[in-house]
Design a protein around this ligand. Structure first.
Ligand code: ATP
Ligand code: MG
Length: 463
């Protein structure tokens, strides 16, 4: 089949030339060739060759071989490339790994182990010949029709490695391709096998899916094929739950609209995917009371099940827990500062982005709820370096000890907290002399006359 030639960057061509000059056949292969033919910038260029790892290392002294899969990492022209010896995968028993990896004899062996026809093409050749396409599975035809088709029998291929099903829906969204009907039907039949996959591998594909222009393409496929019920059962409960947001659309539609509307940052997209995951459990009388708290717990469990980094778990849960805030222009500046403190300055942008997406997912304008005004007010407070926590006060624990003799301990902590509250309410109070005087009064009671609240507000006495 004719068609465009791939554009191979100079450094990659040099690697191919070194291998071929060393007497080996060598090819660019897999996703990078697919992307180059599509005019997409490949994330990384992968090469394959009949040279075995020790030989690859001889040809490329600046290289590292520390796995058992035949992949040598080569440093060249300030970048890293993976050069993998031809492989042949044999006998899978656990639905996720080949039991062993054998080196293959030909590029055809290597292509046969790959997942989809568009990922199973190679460009290159032996030392003697001109570069050519090797495309035994019809990848270029499928590429032009924008189709993901399993290499070989899809049922067998998904039995070997269930991740291929997840990759199919992910690639459909990333590339804007359709899944060929036989391949799609096989995902439906084998979705249960995704149970055998490690959390890490699912998480990696899910993050790539969420980075697609419209993640909903892949997420809908997951729901329709049954993969979602296996991978994210709590999300799989959303279809069919009605919401009076967009006419005729249910909770799942709302979630998908929200994800698509979210900016392409993994944290915000993940939070968008999970932001209403607590709704099915909290539904009562047409309301979802407390769903954000429930949702935060479910989201954390879900991400921890995928072995996602603890920081991601916590940050996503935090965004979900706080996504139902109700801003009103009547908020005082102190209320804005309390909001910043509660959310944390580092999460504000993400929370506002989540809420705008949630608005769009509800069929509203992104700006609904006066979000832009809230954003402006928050920026103004942050630019003024307002006090949001103890450590920003003009006094610290040492001052309270040396000036007022308050020993470290609970009382000291409570005094600092109370001072923080007062400074958040009135930033002008953040002055060393004023704060020391306030602290003295809090501990000793008013110097003379009544302190508002009387002696009961004296902190030192509270149990
Ligand atoms: P991306 O653009 O996201 O990198 P990709 O298809 O290149 O997509 P990689 O994980 O980089 O994905 O894999 C590189 C190549 O390795 C694939 O194009 C495919 O040929 C092969 N491959 C990856 N995972 C599998 C798998 N589970 N089963 C079979 N072949 C696979
Ligand atoms: Mg790749």
């Amino acid at each position: 089949m004719a068609g465009p030639m791939p554009e191979i960057p100079g450094p990659v061509a040099e690697l191919l030339a070194t291998l071929r000059g060393g007497g080996h056949s060598a090819f660019v292969v897999g996703g990078c060739l697919r992307d180059a033919l599509l005019g997409r910038d490949p994330a990384d260029w992968d090469l394959t060759t009949d040279a075995r790892p020790d030989r690859i290392q001889t040809l490329f002294p600046r290289s590292l071989y520390e796995n058992r899969f035949g992949t040598v990492v080569v440093r060249h022209a300030h970048a890293q490339y993976e050069i993998t010896a031809f492989r042949r995968d044999v006998s899978y028993t656990d639905h996720r790994h080949p039991d062993s990896v054998e080196f293959g004899d030909s590029i055809e062996d290597d292509l046969a182990r790959r997942d989809f026809t568009v990922n199973a093409m190679a460009w290159g050749g032996s030392p003697a010949e001109d570069s050519r396409f090797v495309d035994p599975h019809g990848g270029r035809t499928d590429l032009s029709e924008r189709l993901l088709r399993a290499v070989g029998d899809p049922d067998r291929r998904f039995h070997e490695d269930a991740l291929r099903m997840v990759r199919a829906v992910r690639l459909a969204a990333t590339l804007g391709f359709e899944i060929e009907p036989e391949t799609l039907a096989a995902i439906g039949r084998n979705a249960e096998l995704a149970r055998h996959l490690s959390g890490e591998r699912i998480a990696a594909e899910l993050l790539k899916l969420l980075a697609a222009p419209r993640p909903s393409v892949g997420l809908r496929l997951m729901a329709e094929t049954g993969l979602l019920a296996v991978i994210a059962p709590d999300l799989a409960r959303q279809p069919g739950i009605s919401q009076n947001k967009v006419d005729g659309e249910d909770l799942w539609d709302h979630t998908l609209r929200t994800v698509d509307a979210a900016p392409n940052r993994s944290l915000v997209r993940m939070a968008a995917l999970l932001h209403d995951v607590g709704k099915p459990d909290t539904l009562a009388d047409g309301h979802f009371h407390g769903h954000e708290t429930m949702g935060a717990v479910i989201a954390r469990d879900f991400l921890s099940g995928l072995n996602a980094p603890r920081a991601l778990q916590e940050r996503v849960a935090h965004l979900i827990r706080n996504h139902m805030f109700l801003y009103q222009p009547s908020w005082t500046d102190a209320a804005v500062r309390r909001f910043i403190r509660k959310v944390g300055p580092g999460s504000i942008d993400d929370l506002l982005a989540l809420r705008s997406a949630d608005n769009e997912g509800s069929g509203l304008a992104a700006e609904a709820g006066d979000l832009p005004e809230l954003g402006v007010r928050i920026s103004r407070e942050l630019a003024a370096h307002v006090v949001l926590g103890r450590h920003q006060l003009a006094v610290d624990g040492h001052d309270l000890k040396s000036e007022l003799g308050i020993p470290p301990g609970r009382t000291l902590g409570r005094v600092l907290d109370e001072l923080t509250e007062r400074v958040i309410a009135e930033p002008a109070l953040n002055d060393r002399a004023i704060l020391l005087e306030m602290a003295r009064t809090l501990v000793d009671g008013p110097a003379g006359g009544d302190w508002s609240g009387g002696s009961s507000s004296r902190i030192g006495e509270a149990s």
